[in-house]
Ligand binder design. Structure first.
Ligand SMILES: [Zn+2]
Ligand SMILES: [Zn+2]
Length: 346
């Protein structure tokens, strides 16, 4: 089966890999139909995020059940499913204290990072990580379950009120999904996007009563002309934390979700004196079923966020649409896309 394999930074290739022929009693063989390209994939390819060499990339995926082990009772061949790629053992110190997204075995089990992923034709997982799809949910839409689940895990860490106002920095898939996740809780807000092209797309797909601005200043001025402060700032860029602190109202939340090395400074006294909260959030924790439900019930219209799709063989074109040029070995923010999906072989 043709698979997109990570060798080292900027060196990813299509390789033939054997179709898995053996599954354990509680496992399921899934024929992959669609996998979304994630910021993590771009981070791995550009050498900013560590992955195990020789690993098949891809983790936001959906497909069709092909074969089930004898202990699997809830699924049968032909079922359409979405995959929760966040493996956890259930037995380590992290798993036993409600932090399964930090399972100590993650270093060897993270789908598409340290364990073979889904930019390929077939994938084996345990039945507990599969969720059946309703007929009206497409494979493409289903690939958005995992990223949405991560956003829901993020907002679970805030004590939200419907009269909160939020600013989201960056209109990529993470920013757009955060806007919808917050909107589903009644929170209104703005999205900031510096790329003119993405700003236009974001304007056409933003949640109702949410606006898009070219700068944080513009967003703050429009939302809070008196003091230019809001209750929540979600930074998907990884570089705005310092400026964001002063734009928070007392008791406000700064949510950091941009996976990027760097340094930000803040005055600890200000954090204390103004009861500010700085929160980091990675992966999903207990929210996958909710994300699955929200997509099925169209609470979040994920289809709107999918702007491009390519066959797996055209992966270079797909990455280029996201500003990642494999030939030039360059990652720029000049993305013309929001979510890009790769389809595995017909
Ligand atoms: Zn992802
Ligand atoms: Zn564990």
């Amino acid at each position: 089966m043709l698979s997109l394999v990570y060798r080292s930074a900027w060196d990813v290739v299509l390789e033939e890999r054997p179709v898995p022929d053996r599954i354990k009693d509680n496992q399921v063989l899934v024929r992959i139909r669609a996998t979304g390209i994630c910021g993590t994939d771009l981070g791995i390819i550009s050498g900013k995020y560590h992955a195990k060499p020789s690993t098949i990339l891809g983790h936001e995926s959906a497909g069709e059940v092909v074969r089930v082990g004898p202990d699997v009772t809830a699924l049968r061949p032909g079922d359409r499913v979405v995959i929760d790629p966040t493996y956890y053992c259930g037995q380590c110190a992290m798993c036993r204290t409600g932090r399964q997204n930090h399972c100590v075995r993650k270093g060897e089990t993270e789908t598409g990072v340290s364990s073979d992923g889904t930019f390929t034709d077939y994938y084996v997982t345990e039945d507990r990580f599969l969720y059946k799809l309703a007929d009206h949910v497409s494979y493409e839409e289903a690939t958005m379950t995992e990223p949405l689940s991560c956003m829901l895990t993020g907002i679970d860490q805030m004590r939200l009120m419907p009269n909160f106002r939020a600013v989201i920095l960056g209109a990529g898939p993470i920013g757009m999904l955060y806007s919808y996740a917050l909107a589903s809780k009644g929170v209104s807000g703005s999205i900031v996007e510096i790329s003119e092209h993405r700003l236009q797309i974001a304007t056409s797909i933003a949640p109702e009563r949410w606006n898009v601005y070219p700068s944080m200043e513009d967003a703050l001025t429009a939302m809070s002309p008196d003091n230019r402060q809001v209750d929540i700032i979600v930074d998907t860029t990884g570089i705005m934390a310092t400026q964001a602190i002063s734009a928070l109202a007392h008791g406000g939340y700064l949510m950091l979700v941009g996976l990027r090395d760097g340094e930000s400074t803040f005055n600890p006294k200000e954090i204390v004196d103004r009861s500010l909260k700085i929160i980091g959030s990675i992966d999903s924790l207990g929210t996958f079923a909710t994300a699955h439900y929200m997509i099925e019930r169209k609470v979040v219209p994920v289809g709107k966020l999918i702007t491009h799709r390519f066959p797996l063989t055209e992966y270079q074109e797909a990455f280029r649409a996201l500003g990642c040029d494999l030939q030039k070995r360059a990652l720029t923010s000049s993305s013309t896309a929001v979510k890009v999906i790769l389809h595995s072989g017909a």
